[in-house]
Unconditional design. Structure first.
Length: 329
């Protein structure tokens, strides 16, 4: 048996790439960067065991069918970026490689650095770990430093969050966020990986309305829900853009823009919470609570930090219903 909190795997990435803000608008970009790195480093042969295999398995894969145009565009971009290196594969083989990379690569946060997402293909074992909506392990990234002190490689670290019994399968979540209601988990997994989500006992709470919402008329609830949806969309969009900026990569103008987006995100998350329409366990309220708490805590005055405490407490109460264990990061 493996106790909770154990590091059970460290694997160096075959290839790696740093994420960028552009990835939000073009989800295939990480796969394109990694595919170019594979071809230019001569590592294509080491990816042939990854699924899907060339031929019918690729042609009939749900992601290939649903996102065929994206894959073709990604294949074209890879050709443009490395025409000589990509010449070893015909269009069908190159499209299969891009698809295999997009399905098997992992985006990881660098442990203890606060940096953004790094993408890596861990072709030996990391790519073989299956998804679960209730995982017993999680992955993080660690930089491997060379003799010059610079980080020149990416390592995947797999760590358990629960006690794992002998013979039990190790699983991770392919989604960045565990706190998602079933429809959202199902949609994202089908879009990104070609399979659906599993239902959880906590799913009902993730979509629950507050007790005060029951006293409202249907018209009042509909009006408030419209406001909640709008606030959530605006807050999420600015939160995503703000958190992709890393201080070491952004100039003064970008930092000013980042500060502006954080303020807009905080304003909209606060407006969502002030409607008091959603139950504490609702996925949108949970995300609004911890993200607003994060924004208030980041270099804010003592009053703002004090206000964030109640939000953190609410987040933890809700989170414990969904997280696999208290060891979840």
């Amino acid at each position: 048996d493996i106790p909770a909190g154990s590091v059970i795997l460290r694997e160096r990435a075959l290839v790696a790439a740093v994420g960028s803000q552009q990835d939000l608008d073009m989800p295939m970009l990480p796969a394109i960067r990694l595919t170019v790195a594979i071809l230019t480093s001569g590592a294509e042969a080491l990816t042939r065991s990854l699924q899907p295999r060339l031929g019918r398995e690729t042609a009939e894969h749900p992601v290939c069918i649903a996102r065929g145009d994206e894959l073709k565009s990604a294949t074209t971009l890879v050709r443009k970026r490395c025409p000589q290196a990509s010449a070893i594969l015909d269009d069908e083989g190159l499209q299969r490689l891009v698809l295999a990379v997009s399905l098997n690569a992992h985006g990881v946060t660098m442990r203890g650095t606060g940096e953004g997402v790094h993408h890596g293909l861990f072709a030996e074992i990391g790519a073989m770990i299956n998804h679960s909506c209730r995982p017993n392990a999680f992955i993080q990234g660690v930089g491997i430093h060379g003799s010059d002190g610079e980080c020149d490689a990416l390592q995947l670290v797999l760590q358990t969050v629960n006690d794992v019994k002998a013979g039990e399968e190790l699983t991770i979540s392919y989604l960045n966020d565990l706190y998602l209601p079933f429809p959202e988990r199902d949609e994202r997994l089908k879009d990104m990986h070609g399979f659906g989500a599993e239902r959880l006992p906590t799913d009902r709470g993730l979509e629950a309305m507050s007790s005060s919402a029951a006293a409202l008329s249907s018209a009042e609830r509909a009006q408030l829900l419209q406001r909640v949806v709008k606030c959530n969309e605006l807050a999420f969009a600015t939160w995503e853009k703000a958190t992709t900026h890393r201080a070491g990569y952004a100039d003064a103008d970008q930092q000013a823009l980042c500060t502006k987006m954080k303020a807009a995100s905080a304003q909209n998350y606060a407006a969502l919470l002030n409607t008091n329409l959603l139950a504490e366990t609702h996925a949108w309220r949970y995300n609004a609570s911890w993200r607003l708490a994060t924004l208030l805590s980041q270099g804010g005055p003592p009053k703002a930090c004090a206000q964030s405490l109640q939000l953190w407490e609410s987040s933890i109460r809700g989170g414990l219903l969904v997280w696999p264990s208290v060891n979840w990061p």
